[in-house]
Design a binder for this molecule. Structure first.
Ligand SMILES: NC(=O)c1ccc[n+]([C@@H]2O[C@H](COP(=O)([O-])OP(=O)(O)OC[C@H]3O[C@@H](n4cnc5c(N)ncnc54)[C@H](O)[C@@H]3O)[C@@H](O)[C@H]2O)c1
Length: 307
């Protein structure tokens, strides 16, 4: 297929692009390089790269010409960045996605896969069992609200125009090419330098860490599915932040100590006590569930980045 990946120079996008190329797809990347270029040299030589903004319809429309499928991953993210730039965050989501969908309709795109987030579960994450896609969501931040809006907007496009759409609810993806806006690379950096590892709050808050290769595997398997779907891509295991820090200290043989600090007020709406997802629906659709153990995923990051 000829596939457009918006945000393809980012963390998840760059890993997805490498995989799509290895499967023989033709890949076009549209990215404004807000976070630099994480594509490796080999991938970069094989793709068509368009430096541009998803908020610009002409650019989006041109990039999508003759494509069969779209992964729409361009976004502004990272708790502190979103908290400081809520308007840009929402504009990139809402205007960008509208442009992508209009261009998809005009270009007869067969499959449209969109990066949503487990962040939309927010405080409904405080549950006994893993979150399934049908629980009541609770988006509170500019980022989560815009992602939820887009999920519904895309389903509407399926209903009225027959576009095949999937909203992928990613759960704390971690792995190669991630930068220190996110907790895993930040802890690695601190551990490698034997600096204090800074944890916001008690460290008891949990997350469902999903390894990048598993996330990409799910994204690739979901290409070609018809209809309108919302799908969790979760590892189904709950780890607290203190344990994450301890595992990274162990793997890096660091002398770092954990320092618990009060969370700044602007992070409040993002602070969720528990989060763990169910990938049952993913399994039902494509017979696959992410399964990389956290310790193994962290070890791979260590080997790729620091050995
Ligand atoms: N990483 C996670 O754990 C996670 C969790 C849930 C959802 N997501 C979603 O997955 C997608 C990919 O996330 P990521 O972790 O790779 O983030 P990332 O920041 O590494 O990648 C996003 C890319 O989008 C590009 N971009 C930003 N604004 C743009 C614009 N206006 N026009 C064109 N390109 C633009 C950036 O330059 C960057 O390369 C995003 O939609 C994100 O919201 C990620």
């Amino acid at each position: 297929m000829r596939i457009l990946v918006s945000g393809g120079a980012g963390f998840i996008g760059s890993n997805l692009v490498r995989r799509l190329l290895s499967e023989g797809h033709e890949v076009i990347v549209l990215d404004n390089l807000l976070r630099g270029n994480k594509l490796d040299k080999d991938s970069f030589e094989k793709i068509k790269f368009i430096r541009g903004d998803v908020r610009d319809f002409a650019t989006v429309s041109e990039a999508m010409k003759n494509c069969d499928a779209v992964y729409h991953f361009a976004a502004v993210l990272g708790v502190d960045i979103v908290a400081d730039h809520p308007v840009e965050t929402m504009d990139v989501e809402v205007i960008g996605t509208r442009n992508m969908v209009e261009a998809a309709a005009a270009n007869n795109i067969k499959y449209f896969l969109y990066a949503s987030t487990s962040g939309i579960y927010s405080h409904s994450a405080i549950v006994k069992s893993a979150l399934s896609e049908d629980v009541l969501v609770d988006p509170r931040t500019s980022y989560a609200m815009a992602k939820r809006y887009n999920e519904i907007y895309l389903a509407a496009h399926h209903k009225e125009r027959g576009l095949n759409v999937i909203s992928l609810r990613f759960f704390n993806v971690y792995g190669h090419n991630q930068d220190n806006r996110m907790v895993v690379p930040r802890f690695f950096e601190q551990a490698i330098q034997d600096e204090e590892i800074t944890v916001f709050g008690t460290g008891n808050q949990t997350r469902d860490f999903t390894y990048i290769d598993d996330t990409v595997e799910a994204c690739v398997r979901l290409l070609g599915i018809s209809g309108a779907h919302i799908i969790n891509i979760a590892n189904e295991k709950e780890w607290n932040i203190t344990t994450l820090a301890e595992k990274i200290i162990e793997i890096t043989k660091s002398k770092s100590k954990i320092n618990y600090i009060e969370s700044p007020a602007k992070r409040y709406d993002y602070e969720v006590e528990r989060r763990v997802g169910s990938s049952d629906k993913l399994k039902e659709l494509v017979n696959y569930k992410p399964a990389t153990e956290l310790a193994d995923g962290l070890q791979k990051i260590y080997e790729i980045n620091y050995l």
